[in-house]
Design a protein around this ligand. Structure first.
Ligand code: IPD
Length: 303
């Protein structure tokens, strides 16, 4: 049977590549930096330009589809997911890297229908790596199949994480507490590419065994979540509650209205995630992470 979403996915790959060219060209120019939720939550005109480029081109081809885009939400649009076909876009994942020309920057496009992620595209523009996954059909990098690492011993593992863009003292304390705990397991190493999407692709590629973060947004992880699951990995909340042990990681299931899940009961609107090669590694991390709850992506705006 023909794949209903194939033409949308083909379009996502083409537009991610075009967006990546714009990002690469912009790296040659001066980058005027603005801030959003805090002085370290950065945005540039390129983020806004690339998001508009993607949205315009999708609208022309698929006029009924909806959007959740990082910069549109920053400009006041709502971040509410419906059952309609929805493009979840991070035009530049790794904006801080982009500003500093630190060489990991991604265009991330997830696509959901009935609150399930149907395909994910992450284009690591400076490495020229196109990561793709279609639900039930595997994950690929530049056309080559991806598989997570088989390592189940966390002491033989590399774990990726990020510091995020909150500098609220309680959040910083929790982040450092988790770092200390995980480092002291001990793991072989801690890494962070500076982009959630690329960190998740590193899990899918088998280069790191796990990635966790509290404070990410749905546009950072929608595409990567499917890429991890389709490469054989699992997703879990930082307090556990992943798919049960006998369930293979079949994205995606909705656990409550307004949420978006992939690979069991991970709520992609919750701003918390563990993406791992296995349930064993994910559960081990749950024991070490000091959890906190940032406001959900789909929370109503404060009065
Ligand atoms: C950020 C990156 C970063 C992560 C932040 C994200 P942005 O996305 O993914 O690695 O630590 O939580 O917000 O702002 O560069 O699109």
């Amino acid at each position: 049977m023909a794949d209903q979403w194939q033409s949308s996915m083909d379009h996502a790959v083409a537009i991610a590549r075009r967006a990546g060219e714009v990002v690469r060209e912009a790296l040659l120019d001066d980058r005027a930096v603005m801030t959003k939720s805090s002085s370290v939550d950065l945005v540039t005109q390129t983020d806004q330009k690339v998001e508009q480029l993607i949205i315009q081109s999708v609208k022309e081809k698929f006029p009924t589809h909806r959007f959740i885009g990082e910069e549109s939400v920053a400009a006041g649009e709502s971040c509410v997911l419906t059952d309609c076909p929805t493009w979840i876009i991070d035009p530049i994942d790794g904006t801080t890297n982009f500003v500093h020309a630190f060489p990991f920057v991604a265009v991330s496009i997830g696509f959901s229908v009935n609150k399930q992620v149907e395909f994910g595209v992450v284009y690591s523009c400076l490495e020229d790596k196109m990561f793709t996954a279609r639900r039930g059909k595997g994950a690929f990098c530049n056309g080559q199949p991806l598989e997570v690492s088989e390592q189940k011993d966390i002491q033989q593992s590399i774990v990726a994480t990020e510091f995020g863009s909150s500098r609220a003292p309680e959040a910083v304390d929790r982040i450092f507490c988790s770092l200390k705990n995980v480092l002291s397991i001990p793991v072989h190493g801690l890494r962070g590419a500076g982009t959630a999407a690329i960190n998740m692709c590193l899990v899918a590629s088998g280069c790191v065994e796990a990635y966790y973060e509290i404070g990410i947004h749905v546009w950072d992880v929608a595409a990567g979540s499917l890429i991890v699951c389709e490469a054989g990995g699992v997703l879990m909340d930082v307090e556990g509650n992943g798919p049960d042990a006998n369930t293979s990681c079949l994205p995606a299931r909705c656990v409550s209205d307004g949420c978006l899940c992939a690979g069991g009961e991970v709520d992609l609107m919750s701003r918390r995630i563990i993406a791992a090669n296995s349930r064993t590694i994910a559960e081990r991390l749950v024991r070490e992470i000091a959890p906190f709850r940032p406001p959900r992506d789909d929370a109503p705006p404060p009065n």
